[in-house]
Design a binder for this molecule. Structure first.
Ligand code: MG
Length: 378
């Protein structure tokens, strides 16, 4: 069969980035490359290729059954880690496009940003951090890097996904000793817009938050609801909430774009090197919106994340993780052989921690049954 060459080659996209993107955007043609050398792809840029590798990874598919706030089986309409990831990627790309940043790099970092979360959300992370205290600790951003650099098994000639250094750096939490792009900075703030807005939405939907209390406690929310009530009279409550969430996201995104543009001007950011060497976040809200976001975040902390029903879910999750962890460490032969195999390289506790961190809520619940329930098949 005659080999077909695509008409639009990688070089075309690289050139179009040079023409379209801002001077401070990261260009895929100037990537610092991968740890294991590979030939470039014919028609995908380096960052497009990274994005695809992330979506095809096992860790990415597991996001579907991992907790955002609500444990997976609580209901079908709440956000999961996967839908959170998709929503925040949309926000990050919108902001990146408006600022003429590299959307492919943003998309890759955004899609991967939560891969390191274990089952049961932040409660699961806290449990693993406690259990691993004397064995090197556990933190989801570090685990995300570990996954893409070592644990994913898909390629014959290297461990992990062999992503470009720009994507891997974007997955590290801000640390001023690191080279960091504006693209990665945008992903961080987009994450906070996504979870603050959808957690408020899910909390109201679940009946854990009450509309009147949210109004009297969150000023931006109250203001937006007031506007909507003046504009559209007698909207059913569920439509009113959805409309208000949309309006709020829109205002936050607009403020973020405008303030970040101002920061870029103010700090004379002309190249991605200027952005990387800048101390502090270039992507940020204006001072009034930072205050509004803080208020929203604190409200959710006290009223949603510490709601007795959420605490019950998360405490259960923590307890299960601890039980599974201890049982494996006590009798490692209960671990599947391919998991136990990694003990030689990483030590027992780390290999158990990696195994549990990879579990979805669903798998962890089933596994606990298999380990503890006498009637369950193993
Ligand atoms: Mg996130």
């Amino acid at each position: 069969m005659k080999k077909q060459r695509p008409k639009v080659l990688r070089e075309h996209f690289e050139q179009s980035e040079d023409e379209r993107l801002a001077s401070y955007a990261v260009k895929s043609g100037e990537s610092r490359g991968r740890v294991f050398k590979e030939p470039e792809h014919v028609f995908r840029t380096a960052f497009q290729r990274d994005r695809d590798r992330i979506v095809y990874s096992t860790a990415f598919r597991r996001l579907e059954y991992k907790t955002q706030v609500f444990v997976n089986h609580e209901g079908d309409h709440y956000r999961t880690r996967l839908t959170h990831t998709v929503e925040m990627t949309l926000i990050a790309r919108t902001v990146g496009r408006a600022l003429r940043l590299n959307e492919d790099l943003i998309e890759a970092v955004a899609l991967a940003h939560d891969l390191g979360h274990g089952p049961f959300g932040h409660a699961g992370e806290a449990a693993l951090a406690r259990l691993m205290k004397d064995h090197g600790g556990f933190e989801h951003n570090q685990q995300c890097l570990r996954l893409v650099e070592e644990l994913e098994e898909s390629y014959s000639n290297f461990p992990g996904l062999n992503l470009t250094s720009e994507v891997r750096e974007g997955l590290k939490k801000h640390d001023h000793s690191q080279v960091r792009s504006l693209e990665a900075d945008v992903v961080d703030v987009a994450d906070s817009i996504a979870y603050n807005c959808h957690d408020l939405d899910d909390g109201l939907r679940a009946g854990l938050l009450d509309l009147e209390t949210t109004r009297s406690s969150i000023s931006i929310w109250n203001h937006i609801l007031g506007d909507i009530e003046r504009k559209y009279r007698s909207l059913p409550q569920n439509i009113k909430i959805k409309t208000a969430i949309r309006f709020m996201m829109n205002q936050l995104v607009m403020d973020l774009i405008e303030q970040t543009e101002q920061n870029i001007k103010k700090f004379k950011i002309h190249s991605c090197k200027d952005a990387a060497s800048h101390k502090g976040h270039l992507a940020s809200f204006s001072p009034p919106f930072s205050g509004l976001m803080r208020e929203l975040k604190q409200f959710l902390q006290v009223n949603l994340y510490e709601h007795y029903r959420v605490v019950r879910m998360t405490e259960k999750g923590q307890r299960f993780i601890q039980e599974i962890f201890e049982v494996y460490v006590d009798k490692p032969k209960q671990l599947p052989p391919q998991v136990l195999e990694r003990k030689k390289k990483y030590g027992l506790e780390r290999c158990v921690c990696d195994y549990i961190a990879g579990m979805t809520d669903r798998f962890a619940l089933d596994e606990r049954q298999r380990l503890f329930s006498p009637y369950e098949r193993v």
